[in-house]
Design a binder for this molecule. Structure first.
Ligand SMILES: Cc1ncc(COP(=O)(O)O)c(C=O)c1O
Length: 525
């Protein structure tokens, strides 16, 4: 056992799903990626992907309480022990990180790569667990940033990918049956998707969706909800992470590129109405773009009625509604958040889960009449929004996405992962209460938020507040990094210390093991 976990935590034992995924059995010989065999599969079939919508009004009160009191970080006497664990157990990762730092700016290439005190190098990913190059095993709540809803490296997908690679390799540049199969399946599940155009990433898909909305409406302005992440295209590095921060992170981006991007506070339909009205006098609004669970995957969760209110406003002002379902498709269920809320957007952006954790995950979906402005092929003379990509919609991504979707249907992965999310959140709440901590844990299905520093919840709604909170934000961010490092040293990989994605592979045993580890970390605060 190699984590800092105390005796109260059992070492991460190989989960049954991990052993299932190491088996070379064919999908038919492996009835379920879930752990308890076919009986569980039947029982799992009706599990909802979002069992309950959190009481968002109560949550916002708790967020305010969290950020209005002193931080409760890892104790100064405990932190050196945490950091020592990395030196003593992660020599291989450290060596690689040092080499990386000489040839890769900052030593990491991925914006999710946790690098405090240095990035870990992972050698094996199976089911619910990751193993680093030094042989330390972790429970994986990073889930590669969200896409591995089935757990890591599920055999049913891997085997289909391997078969395709044997037949035609990853890319041909021509049509492949799996492109059609995947598009048909997504269209069947998602109410707002009548046609689908695949691209290389969520960023590309958002960029394309905005261009498409502008083409279709012949308008320019796009309103996003402040704090949301929609990738890193020039026009959308605007109001990122914290609402009303505008161009704060737009280094290297000309003002003109964001000149038609606007932001609105989350959960404020009246402010959105005012902006839409103002825009109407100046040529109108092409689209309102939002993450349907709320900015940063529900870090600032929407009130339940918010999406319907935005839909109504878009209809009133003739703007297109774009749902960025890069995270919520298919964690909110195979029909996405749009099916959950019963609100149909004009355009849908997909990424992550779409290729089942394999590369090149991005797509724009939407109503036929709008989507036809993306008509592809070199011969067309239609007025169209130009999008492309040499490697987009390649057979490798499509076979992986198709089989991942089939597997998610067969196992009800969103529902099973949500059950794990509920169990994790309930356990975290119990620990927080028992230890009298100010932290806030909540979940929306398989997306579990654990706010300890509250850095993303600071009130930045005015320039003055933003200026005043600069140092506070830096200190709280550092606390979040320290929490993340402490989680890691206890065998838990999180999304930057504040978010935890669950998957089909997270059995009750995995979650209970994780909770023991979280308890050990919280004992250090
Ligand atoms: C809601 C949302 N939209 C867009 C993106 C960008 O996707 P990608 O990283 O594939 O470019 C992300 C990535 O985390 C996301 O969470």
């Amino acid at each position: 056992m190699s984590s800092l976990a105390s005796s109260s935590s059992s070492p991460p034992s190989p989960s049954p799903s991990a052993s299932a995924s190491s088996s070379p059995a064919s999908p038919s010989a492996t009835p379920s990626l879930a752990t308890d065999g076919p009986a569980r599969e039947t029982a799992d079939a009706d599990l909802p992907a979002v069992p309950t919508w959190p009481d968002t009004h109560a949550l916002y009160e708790r967020f305010a309480a969290l950020v209005n009191q002193p931080m409760r970080p890892i104790r100064p006497d405990a932190m050196p022990k945490v950091l020592r664990w990395f030196d003593e157990h992660c020599a291989g990762s450290k060596r690689l990180a040092e080499r990386a730092a000489t040839v890769i700016p900052g030593g990491v290439q991925h914006n999710l790569a946790f690098n405090h005190p240095f990035p870990l190098a992972i050698a094996q990913a199976r089911g619910a667990h990751l193993t680093d190059v030094d042989g330390n095993r972790y429970i994986d709540f990073l889930q590669a940033g969200g896409p591995t809803l089935l757990g890591s490296n599920p055999p049913a997908v891997r085997e289909a990918v391997q078969a395709l690679l044997d037949d035609c390799g990853p890319v041909t540049g021509l049509l492949h049956a799996y492109e059609v199969e995947l598009a048909e399946r997504v269209c069947r599940h998602m109410p707002g998707v009548e046609m689908l155009r695949m691209l290389g990433s969520g960023t590309e898909a958002v960029m394309g969706a905005v261009r498409l909305a502008r083409t279709f409406t012949r308008r320019q302005r796009v309103i996003k909800i402040g704090g949301a992440y929609h990738g890193w295209s020039d026009q959308l590095v605007y109001g990122m992470r914290l609402p009303k921060t505008g161009r704060m992170e737009a280094t290297g981006i000309p003002r003109g590129a964001t000149a038609h991007t606007q932001e609105c506070l989350p959960n404020d339909p009246e402010a959105l109405r005012r902006l839409l009205r103002w825009n109407r006098l100046r040529g109108g609004t092409a689209a309102v773009l939002l993450e349907p669970f709320g900015p940063e995957s529900g870090t600032r969760p929407v009130h339940r009625e918010f999406n319907a209110q935005v839909r109504a406003l878009c209809d009133e002002f003739g703007a297109l509604l774009i749902f960025d379902e890069v995270v919520t498709g298919f964690r909110a269920g195979l029909g996405g958040a749009q099916a959950y809320f019963g609100v149909t957007p004009d355009l849908t952006v997909l990424g992550k889960c779409l290729a089942g954790g394999y590369p090149m995950a991005g797509a724009i979906g939407g109503k036929r009449e709008i989507m036809m402005s993306l008509v592809g092929g070199i011969g067309t003379t239609s007025r169209r929004a130009f999008v492309g990509g040499t490697l987009s919609a390649n057979p490798l991504s499509c076979v992986a996405g198709y089989h991942a979707l089939l597997e998610a249907e067969r196992t009800n992965a969103p529902g099973v992962a949500a059950r794990a999310g509920d169990r994790l959140r309930r356990g975290l709440e119990e620990i927080i209460e028992r230890r009298g901590l100010p932290y806030v844990a909540y979940n929306i299905g398989s997306i579990v938020h654990l706010q300890t520093s509250g850095v993303l919840l600071l009130d930045t709604s005015s320039l003055w507040k933003l200026f005043r909170l600069k140092d506070e934000a830096r200190r709280r961010k550092h606390m979040m990094e320290e929490m993340g490092a402490a989680f890691t040293a206890h065998g838990l990989i999180s999304v930057a210390g504040s978010r935890l994605y669950t998957s089909l592979a997270d059995t009750d045993a995995v979650i209970d093991d994780a909770l023991n580890r979280f308890d050990d970390v919280m004992a250090l605060t």
